[in-house]
Ligand binder design. Structure first.
Ligand code: 2P0
Length: 327
């Protein structure tokens, strides 16, 4: 009952911000993402009746109590489905620096879901796996698939219609996402805390919910048609709307630093000079620039020339989780 799985992280082009149900972790809005090849988590899990309790090793170190509790609670869902109660030993490592601005939760919970399901001999569809992954972390549901992926908010109270699915096959279209690292300081407000505060206090929250279906539909069509300009413009717009929600929360949440703002201007200046580049930013200060493969050198050079950018990481579309070992 030992399995090892590699899962990739993802970047949202249409952002997820807000929950319709906290207990089941149901998103208030759908989202669209791109799975990334260069950033991944490898997770090994063993269930064994002889273990006394669950144990979790993260990047070679024992996890904190809080991390272990979250993981055990999540594994209970899969154990319950399998009708088993064996404790697990989990060892998980990321290939990306914590400074990359990706919480490990998307690739981490996707890898854990696929590894645990396989080790417990559960035969689950991609849809079912994404429903489990969602309960670990909303963005993890999208990492169950490669390439461009849509997460559905759903309407049902039990969450059975809140799942992710691919929009096009993983090799449908080659694009690039370049991550400019601006800071290595941990963010002060987590995504979960930030989106819950926005729901409670932002005067723009309902407008955000109302506009999302049109953004999702337009993005879906733009991906199918490989319309890069439409995708880029819409991704920037969705990012700025998400940050407008954070800023208009009370107290306001500001995820950017000065370098992030400089970089947003630089991306737009490059675009004005004729290179198709668009930015997106998550719940942190890193800048992420979307471009076509042929423009990658120019976009990288632009990011590297900004004072305060510490590192640039290039990503292409990535695959679905892969099972590396089964015993
Ligand atoms: C996204 N983010 O769509 C948005 C944009 C961050 C900014 O999904 O509370 O860690 O565990 O469901 O998955 C990060 O949120 O949140 C996220 P939970 P998660 O990528």
């Amino acid at each position: 009952m030992r399995t090892k799985v590699k899962a990739h992280t993802n970047i949202a082009l249409i952002k997820y911000w807000g929950k319709r149900d906290e207990r089941l972790n149901l998103p208030a809005v759908g989202s669209i993402s791109l799975t990334l090849d260069a950033l991944w988590t490898e997770t090994e899990i063993e269930f064994n009746v002889r273990f006394k309790t669950d144990r979790l090793i993260l990047n070679g170190q024992p996890a904190t109590e809080k991390e272990l509790r979250r993981t055990s609670k999540f594994l209970d869902l899969l154990r319950q489905r399998a009708g088993l109660s064996s404790p697990a030993l989990i060892s998980s490592k990321n290939n990306f620096p914590p400074a990359a601005g990706f919480g490990s939760s998307a690739s981490g919970f996707a890898a854990l879901t696929v590894a645990a399901a396989r080790a417990l001999k559960l035969e689950l569809s991609g849809r079912e796996l994404s429903i489990f992954a969602r309960q670990g972390s909303g963005s993890a549901a999208r990492s169950i698939f490669g390439g461009f992926v849509e997460m559905h908010a759903g309407r049902l109270a039990d969450g059975s219609d809140a799942f992710a699915e691919p929009i096009v096959p993983p090799d449908y279209w080659d694009v690039r996402l370049l991550i400019g690292v601006t800071s290595q300081v941990a963010k002060k407000v987590s995504s979960t805390a930030g989106m819950n505060l926005s729901k409670e206090t932002s005067p723009y929250y309902q407008a955000w919910i109302n506009a999302q279906p049109v953004d999702l539909k337009t993005m879906r069509r733009a991906i199918e048609q490989r319309d890069f300009e439409q995708i880029g413009q819409l991704a920037e717009h969705s990012c700025l709307k998400m940050h407008a929600l954070a800023l208009s929360s009370n107290p306001g949440i500001l995820y950017w630093n000065g370098v992030t703002v400089e970089a947003m201007h630089s991306v737009r200046d490059l675009r004005a000079s004729g290179t198709q580049a668009y930015f997106t930013i998550d719940a942190g200060p890193q800048i992420k620039a979307l471009c076509l493969p042929e423009d990658e050198p120019k976009v990288r050079a632009m990011l590297e020339s900004i004072p305060g950018i510490q590192q640039v990481i290039s990503c292409a579309p990535g695959p679905a989780p892969q099972i590396l070992e089964v015993e």
